[in-house]
Design a protein around this ligand. Structure first.
Ligand SMILES: NC(=O)c1ccc[n+]([C@@H]2O[C@H](COP(=O)([O-])OP(=O)(O)OC[C@H]3O[C@@H](n4cnc5c(N)ncnc54)[C@H](OP(=O)(O)O)[C@@H]3O)[C@@H](O)[C@H]2O)c1
Length: 335
């Protein structure tokens, strides 16, 4: 197994500090030693992978590097009792794909406590249709429900709606009976959002509203925000009394231009969501829901399935804001 050759996307930095990506052959012995060796069948493309693939040192410090914060596959070897050869597993987040070689490869090695047994009721492919983005959407929805947001309280808002997190949030909220308003910058993708269940669609400008206003007309019972900045501020200002805003992304900006008035006059809650360091117990609970009560019927409608050789093109497209929904990387072919 040590000498087993496999394919991986490798990002290299040249002398002019430009970053280049190509599919290369590697051997298992070149991987950082870890407790669990996983034969990766599927990975998925997330925004953080795009940053890693373009040399963002906040995500990845050293190159050459293989990105990929998501992986689903079968245990090929394990030195922990927790996992046996042949187990179907998921590995997402922690340091995978950041400074640990990631899921854009046919093999990864990881510590056992990063690995989750695939729950019954969902396939390995489906777990990567969801991936970190979909899992994050599910965490946002779970928080809205936990804070008491219900479908009969009025519409809920999803920003960055055609993105990986946004599209899954639109589909999941719709499936749970919520009336979803989607915010998108892509005029060409209104039909896509309507198919996922969005009943109303706003431009980013409409979602921002009057930027100088401290409060806007109360509209949203709940919000899933993936973009931050003025759009998130607009969403907070238009959230109903006691409403809840789940904040998980910064696709537009890391800033949040707000006053305290939505909080102290309307009692709204702004809840932060992180998936990378999400504790294993909570991961298991969310995955149980995704494989059970929340099993998404619209996953195929929001997925593009690609192979390793196409990944570089999709990484560029995601950076340029041209992708929609979820992108699954199929590595199942014999290694
Ligand atoms: N907290 C966590 O653990 C966690 C986990 C996963 C992702 N994230 C973050 O969540 C965000 C979304 O991730 P993703 O995987 O869904 O990325 P994605 O597929 O690239 O989607 C991002 C979406 O944001 C919108 N957008 C892009 N640039 C924008 C701008 N300048 N202004 C307003 N909207 C803009 C676009 O949607 P429209 O064209 O439809 O407007 C785009 O499709 C990222 O910031 C990512 O880092 C966080």
């Amino acid at each position: 197994m040590e000498q087993k050759r496999f394919k991986a996307l490798v990002v290299r930095e040249d002398e002019e500090h430009q970053f280049h990506r190509s599919v290369e052959e590697r051997t298992v012995s070149e991987l950082v030693p870890g407790e669990v060796l996983i034969r990766v069948y599927f990975s998925s493309l997330n925004y953080k992978d795009v940053l890693s693939a373009h040399g963002n040192r906040g995500v990845t410090k050293n190159y050459p590097h293989t990105p990929g914060i998501d992986a689903a596959g079968v245990v090929a070897a394990s030195t922990t009792e927790q996992f046996q050869e042949g187990d179907e597993v998921i590995c997402m987040g922690y340091d995978l794909g950041m400074n640990t070689p990631g899921g854009f490869a046919e093999y990864i090695t990881v510590p056992g406590d990063w690995v989750l047994s695939k729950p019954p009721g969902i396939s390995l492919y489906e777990t990567m249709q969801i991936g970190t983005a979909g899992f994050t959407a599910a965490q946002c929805v779970e928080r809205l429900l936990a804070y008491g947001v219900r479908p009969d309280q009025g519409p809920s808002l999803v920003t960055g709606a055609t993105g990986g997190v946004g599209s899954t949030a639109v589909a999941l909220l719709t499936q749970l009976g919520f009336q979803v308003t989607a915010v998108t910058g892509k005029e060409s993708e209104h039909a896509f959002l309507q198919e996922l269940g969005a009943v109303d669609i706003l431009t980013r400008k409409q979602a921002i509203g009057r930027a100088a206003a401290a409060l806007l007309r109360e509209r949203w019972a709940g919000v899933v925000d993936t973009v931050g900045g003025d759009v998130l501020a607009g969403a907070v200002k238009a959230t109903q009394y006691s409403g809840v805003v789940a904040c998980c992304g910064n696709a537009a900006s890391g800033d949040l231009p707000l006053t305290v008035y939505p909080f102290i006059l309307r009692g709204i809650s702004l809840v932060g969501i992180d998936s990378a360091r999400c504790p294993m117990g909570r991961r298991e609970e969310i995955w149980q829901e995704l494989a059970g009560n929340w099993r998404l019927s619209m996953l195929d409608g929001l997925t593009t399935r690609i192979v390793l050789d196409q990944l570089d093109q999709y990484i560029g497209d995601m950076l340029a804001g041209k992708t929609k929904g979820r992108i699954v990387v199929d590595l199942e072919g014999a290694a």
